[in-house]
Design a protein around this ligand. Structure first.
Ligand code: HEC
Ligand code: HEC
Length: 473
């Protein structure tokens, strides 16, 4: 595993980057761009056509992440739960695997179990697994390199050992950048940057040592947005940085294992269909009773206070794709700022295979998202810092320290969020490291729950009506 125990080593690494550039200067192309986007409406770009049904099959059956755990070791290890939630359309071996894994065979003929997008992009609601709903209960506080090593003990010599070694090596490289200190927050953006640091933009070849200065160790917290927003969104990601062809961003999980352009091109071809599937997903309907009269009262409140940024919902759907500057929205600025400060990664992306037809464009702002089925997507804001919609609409109700109840998980139809406990103090005061991990501490860097106070000026009755209206979206 690669570790950087000292600044001296880091400086040595910076020298290495310069040396590498000196040997072979990357060609400056039109795509080698770094633009910071201005706030305002994001222009819509045409997307490649694709077949949603074929996209669903790809998502749940194919090896777009092409390295993983040899099947025999996966079976004998018992590290992974047997898994509930059998999904339709799982072919062959896939049908017996937990839903977040696919089966594939590598060029040496080794059958592998590889992770798929549903690890993060599927979650339970009302006992059902909802595809496209981000999972707010995932735990990334453990070191994945330890799990990879443990599995190694179950791998047979020869081709399976070589397959395991490739995967374990990749996990070891990114592990230091994906361990969070809080259960529920997601490190996906940071681990993507760590992968980019190890790859040649032109060929996608993997370097054992990073060639770009890696991202900060501590991942900024993000929550996983629901996929059904994509049918309305011009650009992907909270800061709207995913401009142009969405296929290229959606396939970025392949960065873990894909080492050459031919394989990437094949996955890009499959992902035309995956994009079409994601853009075809409809939001779930609110499963509990709704007070129709109260909801009707909330509609004009929404039109007056919220629609200017979020658009109008229902029959007359309009969505402005508005990138709102940090001062206006006022939410935690760290995530947007880090992207703007990550020029080396943005340039890498725009120059690489992934940037063909796409252009990453960070911004000092966040996009006001479409709000269909927003009641399902607690906790709220890009960093998941506000546990309920009631608290989002009334900033005096936002807890500084809180923790989701997980045993059992229970949805609260009054406040529209997962039930949580308000705590008196932060992680430092927790009785054990295990308990500390469960504490969402909004005083930490990137975890702030400030801003978006657009509901504060409303009356209590208006807020109640607005909450009821949000259930109908
Ligand atoms: C480790 C967790 C994780 C995995 C695995 C993952 N994602 Fe994501 N995904 C995220 C997070 C977190 C974000 C939010 C990042 C942001 O918006 O800045 C995101 C954002 C997205 C978005 C943008 C949504 C929006 O509203 O802008 C799409 C689409 C998406 N992912 C598709 C995929 C696909 C397809 C795969 C599999 C190939 C995948 N993701 C795998 C965590 C994950
Ligand atoms: C000035 C523009 C603006 C106005 C007005 C506005 N919002 Fe937002 N809203 C945003 C932005 C930008 C975000 C994303 C902020 C972030 O994630 O940090 C957001 C996020 C949200 C979210 C979180 C979504 C999620 O899944 O986490 C909800 C819910 C929401 N807004 C509801 C409302 C409601 C209800 C109103 C009216 C009371 C409203 N907003 C008014 C810009 C606005």
């Amino acid at each position: 595993m690669i570790r950087f125990p000292s600044t001296a080593l880091l400086l040595g690494l910076a020298g290495l980057v310069v040396a590498a550039c000196g040997e072979a200067p990357p060609p400056t192309t039109v795509a080698d761009r770094f633009t910071i986007a201005e706030p305002g409406p994001i222009p819509v770009t045409a997307q490649q056509p694709g077949d949603p049904a074929a996209g669903y099959r790809t998502l749940l059956n194919r090896g777009y992440v092409s390295c993983g755990i040899p099947y025999a070791a996966f079976r004998s290890s018992d590290i992974f739960p047997a898994g509930e939630h059998r999904l339709s359309g799982r072919e062959g071996r896939n049908a017996e695997l937990p839903y977040m894994f696919n089966s594939t065979v590598n060029p040496d003929g080794v059958e592998l179990v590889v992770s798929n997008c549903l690890t993060c992009h599927a979650s339970e609601f009302g006992g059902e697994l909802v595809i496209g709903l981000g999972n707010p209960f995932l735990d990334f506080t453990g070191d994945p390199a330890v799990t990879a090593e443990l599995l190694g003990a179950f791998v047979e010599d020869g081709a399976p050992a070589a397959a395991w070694a490739k995967w374990a090596d990749r996990i070891a490289a990114i592990a230091p950048y994906m361990v969070t200190d809080t259960v529920g927050v997601n490190p996906a953006p940071n681990l993507t940057l760590a992968l980019i640091a190890h790859r040649n933009a032109e060929t996608l070849a993997w370097y054992a040592e990073p060639r770009l200065e890696p991202p900060p160790r501590e991942p900024l917290p993000t929550k996983v947005p629901p996929w059904w927003r994509m049918q309305h969104k011009a650009a992907m990601f909270y800061n709207g940085s995913g401009r142009g062809d969405h296929v290229r961003y959606m396939m970025m999980k392949s960065l873990v294992c894909t080492d050459d352009i031919d394989e990437a091109a094949e996955i890009a071809d499959w992902f035309k269909d995956v994009r079409a599937y994601i853009a075809s997903l409809e939001p779930p309907a609110y499963p509990y009773p709704v007070d129709a009269d109260l909801a009707k009262e909330g509609e004009p409140v929404f039109a007056r206070t919220c629609a200017g940024c979020h658009g109008t919902h229902g029959a007359e759907r309009s969505y402005p794709n508005l990138l709102v500057d940090l001062e206006t929205v006022g939410t935690d600025p760290a995530y947007a700022r880090q992207a703007v400060e990550s020029e080396r990664f943005v340039r890498w992306f725009n120059r690489s295979f992934y940037g063909q037809g796409a252009e990453a464009m960070p911004a000092l702002g966040y996009v006001a998202p479409p709000l269909e089925a927003v009641w399902a997507t607690a906790p709220y804001l890009h960093n998941g810092s506000v546990p309920s919609l009631a608290a989002l609409l009334d900033s005096t109700q936002r807890p500084t320290y809180w923790q989701l109840r997980t045993d059992p998980r229970e949805y609260d139809p009054d406040t529209l969020g997962w039930r949580f406990d308000v705590l008196e103090s932060g992680k430092e005061a927790a009785e054990s490291p295990e308990l500390a991990k469960r504490v969402y501490d909004t005083t930490r860097h990137g975890y702030g729950n400030q801003g978006h106070r657009f509901g504060d000026a409303l009356s209590e009755q208006e807020r109640r009506a607005l909450l009821e209206y949000l259930k109908t979206l």
